[in-house]
Structure formats: structure tokens, C-alpha cells
Design a protein around this ligand. Sequence first.
Ligand code: ZN
Length: 622
Amino acid sequence: MKAAIYIRISTKKQNTDRQYEELKSYANSMGYTIVESYEDQISGFKDEEERHDLNRLKEDAKTEKFDIILFSELSRLSRKTTNILELISYFRDDCKKSLYFQKQNLNVTTDKSDLGSELQLNILATIGSYEIELSTERQMGGKIQKVKKQCWTHGSRPYGYNIDENKYLHINEEEATIIREIYAYYLNNMTSVQIAHLLNSRNIYAPATKNKKQNLWHPNSVCQILRAKRNIGIFEATYHEPDPKNKDKIRKRKNRKIVEEIKYTNKALAIVSDDIFYSANEKIDKNIKNKDTAKKNISLLKGLLTCGHCGSNFFYKKSGRDKDFSYVCYGSRYSFSIGKKKCINPITINAPKMDGLIIYMAKSRLLMRRLIENSDINIKSKEEQLQKNEEIILLQNLSIKKINEEFNQYIKKAIKYGIDDNITEKEHQRIKKQIRQIEENIERIKKENYSLNKQIKILSKDKCITDEMYNGMQLNEMKELFEEYIEKIVLYNTTQWVIVNVCYFDGSNEFSFLRKSARANELLHYNTIIQSVISEKQYIMLLRDYYDTLEIGNRYYYYPYYSNINNDVIYDKEREVFIKFGTKKGKETTEYTISEFIKFIYPKTMKEVTAYEYYYPNQKNE
Ligand SMILES: [Zn+2]
């Protein structure tokens, strides 16, 4: 049989070689002789009148020059479904030619007398469901061809290299010097955090990121450079089968089918020696191992503590002269992603002291079994809420189903009346957005239900803890008990005290205060703390500072937060109110409920400090 090949590329980027080679090998396998190939380079949305070679193909189809026309895929014929059907009908019925579409493995033969509706539907279904997939695959195919030619196809240029107009890499000497320095710093025992700070202080621009505004180095970008094999001239790329319908993020997908793995070495592009590269990487691996062992130190409250100022969790680390553990707000660390510290009032609190206070507070509560006393009413209302939530989820799921059905109806209509693909795509995006919103809603309610279930479980348990049991508990048993009853512990910072708000799963909460220790030799065993909390006159809090100061580098910044409080404040445990005394004689005292008080001391504003000032206050920012 004599065959004709039709190739169309919509942009200059797409590769004609690939389409041609694939069709040629198909023709060979079928024993066809290729007599002519037609090629257009034009957008599929334009009318075929403008497509020169398609018109030539249409003319030649009237003759006996060939018997079958090979296309790589349906969309090569046209992107409009009505046009595709018209063209198929023209070639098949008017010219008596067979057609073959490789990607869809679709044979349109001249056997039947008319283009059967079943076939028509098949074609339409194929176009509809595979179009997105095909376009992804098309792009990927072109990419693989390019990588094989040692071109750079991963978007923006890698740090240390320039890309020429043909997408070949060349070493950028200026950046290559920085890369060599990074390796040298790392091998001289600097950490990636220190290297990032150092480079930032030298005003060296970081590699371009998606967020173009930020030119600061991040420890991760330092690590990425240390890890990148391209620095010794090794280039690797793995291509997976595209799966556009999969909603998971690409990194999270499992068992992805590998289409092609490409690896090549180009020593002309090496920036550092193999020796330097491998010793740096060995060091990184070793450091990762050390990090894992550090994780094994279990803490009593780490998962429960929340910073009241920035909402961060706390980490647990050894610090101070006496090598005690501390809980430190995560927001106190310089956040490279936001360019400054996340927390404006970060807390570091001695861990044994904090643990002691919570052990003390929770004890009185758990032993009094207050949690269980009111549980019957609580359980009932929570179960009702749970039931309501389940109903909402059911309704939401139904509405997703309905939206999907409506969209299917719309697609049918769109095909029938030949509605423009652009409009259909817009509609599709709108529907997708709508569904995503509902799904997010469902996710939120499911989370709430999880928490409700947990609370019901706790409330239903008729657990009695005795004094003896409590005192004899091991740390991990205590941790388990806390995690069962305490939802979170929110900490608020003041100059000399940390306000501790313990929230229990039954919805109740308790306040307490912890003095920040200034004395280094203070003994910090649990027993002493319990006593010290009692001896400190039961929750009397003194806020003496009119202004709080924060020292950053050598500069002081004022917090005007406590300026409203210019006298002592006392917490009345019985009535659960804070009492603030008047400043002048005869002036009345003011009382605040707990929530009012938190609002009162909560930070409102702070002088804006740029990331640079924040970290390098001694140097000028140019
Ligand atoms: Zn914080």
C-alpha cells in the first residue's frame, strides 16, 4: 500500500523529526511505502485554507497517488472537533482513502458506507478525554529529544551556567567562582545556614527562584548547589509517563512509569573536581545522620506547645550553661522564605520548668476528674455536632456529583453544536475551581470530625487517676496522658513572665504563669518547680515595664505593647479575672476577663525592620 504522511506542528518548539520518525517506523512495520510527506507549521485553530500542505494533501487525495494517510494523532488534523469530522468525512467518503491516527491507534477505513455514528462518537470521546494528556506527552517527547542532544530543558538556567539561544549550557565564570567558594566553605566546616548568611551579607544574588522578588540565599539553595551533579559535569534526567488526571502532586505520586532515563557526562561543564564534590557530599550524608539521632530526644510537651504570637510550634533543644533543654518558638529562627523572623515576640523557656508547671496544673485537674464530671451533656452535644457534620459532607458530595453530571451534559451539547474549544475549556476550569472549593470544605469538616471523635472518646472513658498513679508515671506515660487530654498549650511572652494557657479537649482552659529564670544556678527539678509556683504567691503577675525592648544585633527596638499597662496586674484565681490598679490615688481599678486581657497585651504593631537590618545591623544595606 502507498502511504502519505501528514505532519503539523503548532509552535516552533515542537519537533517534526519525532512525528515523522514514529510514523515512518509504523509504515515500515505495516509494509507501507511512503510516497509523500506533508508538513504544516501553523496553529490548529486557524482555518485549513491557510494551511498550505493540508490543501495540497486534499488535492492529492483526489488522485491515486496514495491509499492511506498517516497522522500522528487526531488533533494534528484540526483542534476543532467539527473540522476533524468534516475532514475525515472528506478523505474517507469523497476521496476513498483510509486514515490512521497513531496516538489513538485509530483506523478509519473505507469499509462501511458512511461514517457510522458509533465511530463518530469514538472519535469525539477520544478527542475529549485525551487532548490534555496528548499535549503533555507531545511537549515531553520534544523535551526528551532535546536532552539527548545535551540541551538544557529544565526552564530557567541553572546557577553557574548560561544558556545560549540553542539551549546549550556554558559556564558562567562569575557564578562558578561562587560555587567553588560554597564547596570550600562547606569543607571548612561551615554550615549551610552560615554559608547562606555569609553570601547574603556579601550582597551576592541567590539563584533565581519562582519568587523573583527574593534574591536572598536560603540554606536549601546552598545544599542544592552542593548536591548538584552537574557541577562535576554529570547530567541526569528521568521522564515519567504523564498523568494529567492525577490530582496528587508529582513528588507524591507512587510507582510512576518511567518513559526514559537519560544520563550523560560533559566534563567541559564541570565546575569543581570530583574529589571536592564527593567529599562535600559525604559530609552532607554524615550530617543528615547526626540530625536523625538528635531527633530521638523525646520531650514532654513539644507537640502541644503553640506560640501565642506567631502560631508556630516549639522545638526542643539543649541550651545554656547548665545544658538544660529549652522549648523555643520556631518563629524565633530566621525564616529564609519570608526574609525575616516569623515571630515578633519569640519565647524560649526552660523545659524542666515548663514541664513541671504543666505536670502540676494537669494533676489538680485530672485528679479532680473535672473532665469527666460534665461529660454526659458534653458527649451528647458533640455527637449531635458530629451527626450534623456527616450530613453536610453527604450533601457536599452530592453537589459535586451534580456539578459533574451538569458538565457532562454541557460537553455533549458542546460537541453537538460545535461550541468553541476555548469556551469549553473556560467552563471546565470554572467547574474544576468550584469542585475544589467544595472539596476543601469537606476536608475541613472531616478534620473537625476527627477532633470531635477524639473528644468523645476521651469523655466516654471513665478513667480514674489516683495520686499514686500520677506520681509514679514515667515520662512517656505522662506524655501519652497529656496528649489524650490536652488539646494545646498556648504561650504568651512578657518581659519576666510567660503566660501559659492550657486548653483541654473538653473545651475548658486554664491559665498560669511561669517566671523566666534569670538565675543560672537555680535548681530546676520538678519538685522544686511545683513549690516555686506555689511560693510565688499563686499567680500574681507583675508587669513593670512600660516599654519592652528587644535586642537585635547591637540595636534596640521598642515594643510599645505594654505601654497601656503602667501598674501591677494581679490575677484573681477564684473569679478568673485580671485586676489592674489605677495609676493615681483614688482612681478605680480595672478588671479584665482572660480573653480581654490577652487582647490587651497582644502585640499590635512593631517597627518594620528589613531582613537585612535584622541580621546585619552593623553593616550598611546598599
Ligand atoms: Zn512565636
